[in-house]
Write a protein that binds this ligand. Structure first.
Ligand code: PEP
Length: 254
């Protein structure tokens, strides 16, 4: 049975103490909500990771992740953080391919394929983001774009390695805009992604892969989105910065 995940993406928000405070609140509020195969993941800035991972110890349904990691194992890359360093903090996940990384830092599918390999080699589980821009949707290119992001970003992996990947469908036009994809739009893409996984790997791999929806998900729309057959949870930006909203999204599973 595939994992159901609600993952928060704090982006470049919260100083060290604010982050610890929010995470302590989140743990207290979600510890009895996320059960069984449900997982809550908080992806924080690097500065918080070690402390958050220490706070999450003992709560099997709560994990910590980074928002990026470098493709090289180590070396002269001033200001960067490696996957091995992320892993050493106790973090288990890493977001790769977020549209803000693609847009502002020029991250290509080719680069993201390398980052995915390095993250996996260091025992991190990538939350690999894919999604089309508004322009691409309006030009009816969204299926092609998503397919090429999969093919060029993660389909070089064998089935065993791919089993460590979580996918997140995040239409760029819905991120931070307050405009959510309708549950029909999201389900259509999630079903398409699962069909592509079945064609590339097997029906078993397709059935076992967690596919999250991201893009202005909030306590009001989460339950309808999560009720869709192929939507296994959410990647949450803005609403993950408020413990009540984030917890209400976690509760939307039930
Ligand atoms: C995100 O940044 O991944 C995201 C989905 O943001 P928001 O929930 O704010 O749209």
């Amino acid at each position: 049975m595939r994992k159901k995940i609600v993952a928060g993406n704090w982006k470049m928000n919260l100083d060290y103490n604010e982050g610890l405070g929010l995470f302590s609140e989140v743990i207290n509020m979600v510890k009895d909500e996320a059960t069984g195969n449900q997982q809550v993941v908080v992806c924080s800035p690097f500065i918080h990771l070690h402390s958050l991972a220490a706070l999450a110890k003992g709560y099997t349904n709560v994990s910590v992740g980074a928002q990026n990691a470098h493709q090289a194992e180590s070396g002269a890359y001033t200001g960067e953080v490696s996957a091995k360093q992320v892993k050493s903090t106790g973090a288990e996940y890493v977001i790769l391919g977020h549209s803000e990384r693609r847009q502002y830092f020029g991250e290509s599918n080719e680069l993201l394929a390398k980052k995915t390999d390095t993250a996996l080699a260091n025992g991190l589980k990538p939350i690999f983001c894919i999604g089309e821009t508004l322009q691409q949707r309006e030009a009816n290119e969204h299926f092609d774009i998503i397919k090429s992001q999969l093919v060029e970003g993660v389909f070089h992996l064998d089935a065993d390695k791919f089993s460590q990947i979580v996918l997140a469908y995040e239409p760029v036009w819905a991120i931070g805009t307050g405009v959510t994809a309708t549950s029909d739009q999201a389900q259509e893409i999630h079903a398409f992604i699962r069909k592509e996984l079945a064609a590339k790997y097997s029906q078993q791999v397709a059935d076992d892969t967690t596919i999250l929806y991201g893009g202005s998900c909030n306590p009001k729309n989460a339950a309808e989105l999560f009720a869709c057959a192929d939507i296994d949870g959410g990647l949450i930006g803005g609403a993950s910065l408020k413990s009540r909203d984030f917890t209400d999204i976690v509760k939307a599973f039930n």
